[in-house]
Write a protein that binds this ligand. Structure first.
Ligand code: OVM
Length: 407
């Protein structure tokens, strides 16, 4: 049996077009819209020979594969590597890279730690941090919004909410880059990110220990579950690791992309100013329109059929969430950013049992920043070219030069 990128090589199933493309080409990763459109055009699935995978990018099939945890498992890895055939670069996540029934146990604990009640308790802290930051940026006028806002804000509130006393901004952000790049092939992006491992991984592991977390954060709630005997001490540390893996780069990206949307489509910022109650649906539209996590894989755990296509056991399926979120069949005028759309069923926070467990928190962070902006900023202007930063699983900005016009 041949292995390609750590998974079983497959033949193209009957009726599936072969597409000679590299979805992990940095040029495509930086500006994926044409690739998304072409993938949807190919049909429900395309076979990509370079990696011997199926890719899907229409909404309905992507949703079906992504959310059916019984047929399309996560325990064999959500990147190209099949964990049943190769040992992954780090011990698998106890929530992302597992299936029920085990998943139900660990997920429940993260749901508890990140509950609406727990996040609501942070609202005042989040708001005052956002007010302070936006005041400073209005004062500055022109700034680099990736570093000065999209990275600065989550780093100012999230590690503290987990219970860290001394967050290290660079290591936290670069760990996210490792975790997400690791889901792709053994390309330059993955190798460059992984080169930071010897510095970052031991530091992350150390941060996750009980004695490095204060008594009031999400981390403490997770360790309390260990005290109750629901999980072991070691499992608690691993669940804290999940917060650090999934909670930084994702919110940095969501916030940066929110800013990018309003700077690029000023009419939509005017619409929001006129009706601030659109803030929540506006963020859903940002998620649909920009899809911070652009793709995750699943692995077929049995021979099965989707939309008449026969898929064999062991097949890796690249679920291109960014493509699915731009599907005209689901959202007429999908290439328009429209904050009054209310895009129910978008895949920007995933779907099914693995959907984003931190979504309350992500929404709270973006809402605090946008409320501060609505109070203090009259106009958001792009003062140079926005540049996207290629990553094997995240569609994030690298540079976003912005000017705020104060009120
Ligand atoms: C984790 C995790 C969860 C969600 C996303 C993610 C790949 C990681 O549990 O480590 O990024």
């Amino acid at each position: 049996m041949g292995l390609i990128e750590g998974h079983m090589a497959i033949e193209p199933p009957d009726g599936v077009p072969v597409w000679d493309v590299d979805p992990y080409d940095p040029v495509i990763l930086a500006n994926p819209d044409d690739y998304y459109a072409e993938l949807r055009e190919k049909g429900p699935f395309a076979y990509i020979p370079k990696y011997s995978i199926l890719a899907c990018g229409r909404h309905d099939e992507t949703h079906e594969v992504f959310s059916d945890w019984e047929r399309f498992v996560s325990s064999r890895g959500v990147g190209l590597q099949d964990f049943s055939l190769e040992t992954p670069w780090r011990p698998p996540s106890l929530v992302l890279e597992v299936d029920p029934p085990y998943h139900s146990r660990t997920r429940k604990i993260l749901v508890r730690a990140l509950s609406p009640k727990a996040t609501a308790a942070l609202a005042d802290k989040f708001q005052s941090a956002a007010d302070t930051l936006i005041d400073a940026l209005v004062e500055k006028g022109r700034f680099e919004a990736v570093e000065d806002l999209a990275e600065a804000y989550p780093i100012s509130v999230f590690p503290g909410a987990v219970g860290f006393r001394q967050p290290d901004k660079r290591r936290l952000i670069d760990y996210g880059a490792m975790v997400f790049n690791a889901l792709g092939p053994d390309n330059e992006l993955r190798r460059t990110a992984m080169a930071r491992g010897p510095d970052i991984v031991p530091w992350i592991t150390e941060q996750c220990r009980r004695e490095n977390l204060d008594a009031s954060g999400f981390g403490a709630t997770i360790y309390a579950a260990a005290d109750e005997g629901e999980i072991t001490e070691e499992e608690a540390g691993m669940l804290v690791r999940s917060l650090l893996s999934a909670g930084v780069d994702t919110t940095v990206t969501g916030l940066g992309s929110t800013l990018w949307c309003f700077a690029t489509f000023p009419d939509q910022f005017e619409k929001l100013k006129a009706d601030p109650s659109l803030l929540r649906p506006a963020f859903e539209e940002v998620l649909r329109f920009t899809t911070p996590v652009h793709s995750f894989c699943r692995t077929a755990n049995l021979d099965t059929t989707v939309s008449g296509i026969e898929i064999c056991q062991g097949t890796k399926i690249l679920c291109v969430l960014g493509a699915a979120n731009g599907d005209e069949r689901k959202w007429p005028g999908a290439d328009r950013f429209d904050i009054s759309r209310r895009p129910m069923g978008h895949l920007g926070m995933g779907a099914g049992i693995h959907n984003c467990v931190g979504q309350n928190l992500a929404r709270a962070e973006v809402a605090a920043v946008m409320k501060a902006i609505l109070n203090k900023v009259d106009g958001i202007e792009l003062t140079g070219k926005a540049v996207w930063r290629p990553n094997n699983a995240i569609h994030a900005l690298d540079k976003l030069p912005i000017a705020f016009k104060g009120k």
